[in-house]
Design a protein around this ligand. Sequence first.
Ligand code: NAD
Length: 496
Amino acid sequence: MSGFNFSQGHQFINGSWRRGTGELLIRINPATGEQLEEVDTASVAEVDEAVQAAAKAFEIWSALTPGERSDHLLALARELQSHAQVLAEVETAQTGKSMRMSTEFDVPGSIDNVNFFAGAARNLQGLASGDYAGNTTSMIRREPIGVVGSISPWNYPLQMAAWKVLPAIAAGNTIVLKPSELTPGTSLLFAQAAKDAGLPDGVINVVVGSGASVGEALVRHKQVRMTSFTGSTQVGLKIMTMAAETGKRVHLELGGKAPFVVFDDADIEAAAHGAVAGSTINAGQDCTAATRAYVHSSVFEKFTRRVAQLMDAMVVGDPQDPNTDMGALISAAHLQKVSSMVQRAVGSGASVLAGGRRLEGPGNFYRPTLLVGASQDSEIVQHEVFGPVLVALPFETDEEAIELANDTPYGLAASAWTKDLNRAMRASAQIQAGCVWINEHIIIVSEMPHGGYKSSGMGKDMSQYSFDEYTNVKHVLISHDTDTHREWQNTVFLQR
Ligand code: NAD
């Protein structure tokens, strides 16, 4: 896999590399503004070929024992580990994120996920078998669904590929993955690693192209039994509608607007560090990033002063430099979106305490930004910026803090900062989000689920819970009644 240069194309179908016959896309290096590569895209016919390959491979893959599938995944983890450096390099080149992020977060996180699902594959859960109707045995079978079509975003391309592919194949499904057309590299290397690890051809297929062409063809395909999607709420809702046409299962991991609640008894120094790391991780292009800090009025000034200080000290620039804290945003268009949202917030009365500007020169770099003075109903507080921008707003009572935290359409993640156990427990119960961190923000673990409430989606990634998404639950009932006319049948017709 080392040094793979995609010269054979950007489609990985039935274990072979292919040049797609769809339109050609030019990818720009986010950190330099220079051309990175040309990306060929799949035609609708090539999407169909990938689905056919996955359907064929399903016959073999679904028939393996969980232990056999687990062995394959452990081999995949070893393969990825032995190419950790090249994976990190491609991840940084295509996204503009710092090498520190790629080597310390994206790559090891993805490999840990593979190892977790290798174990989880052998540990499917269900209700106890038993005689629930008298003279019968009921049992649960958990079965794979078939071909899964997955669509992933550009912010954590390798991790998102892992989150989509692993629970699907661990449960015995096969997959066609469409990564973001902006960042196909590491998803393709992931598929190559699976081939090198000995997974059968067709179990993992990758087709590259835009959402409107390749994405829609995959969602609409009749033989795809499930669509799992990670991306924006806007596209996710559209996918739900499209998937309804063929009645397929949908799994949606969508946008977020995480609140960060700081009570008056919080360790302000820890909260300030948590807010800076939580809002600027991956240049803020993180669906769980801290975006709205609700801070008790008595500690508001102390907190915001410290956050601004820490943000101002951050090193933004060359992703290759080990000193760099924050790399580039994904594209010039996205930089423009982030910058315009901050400008509109300032135009509506917000003040900039840190950042609020792009770096001069090439590359899509934006300084970590802290805003105050925005109103709760403003665009910057209600809508996803997906950049390194934190807005701080004061509150007076615990009830008000929770109400404000819940006051957006999103519900992916949140944090509350306090030393008071009762407050911590109340906040964790009352905040409407799929994850509530107490005195922490961002940490994810393979063993625990990730997924949203409200407009942040439905279903869980990671953990045993993700098997619920990728398996059908079947009830099998076996009668061992020796009577020819069974007692319950008298309700329907009497024995005469
Ligand atoms: P996006 O919704 O624009 O695109 C996501 C994927 O969908 C891409 O592969 C894209 O090509 C595809 N797509 C676009 N239109 C499509 C269509 N009509 N049919 C089928 N596929 C289509 O999102 P993005 O800009 O790539 O990623 C950022 C978004 O992802 C943010 O909103 C972020 O919050 C979200 N996200 C969520 C999670 C989570 O776990 N909840 C994780 C990461 C990112």
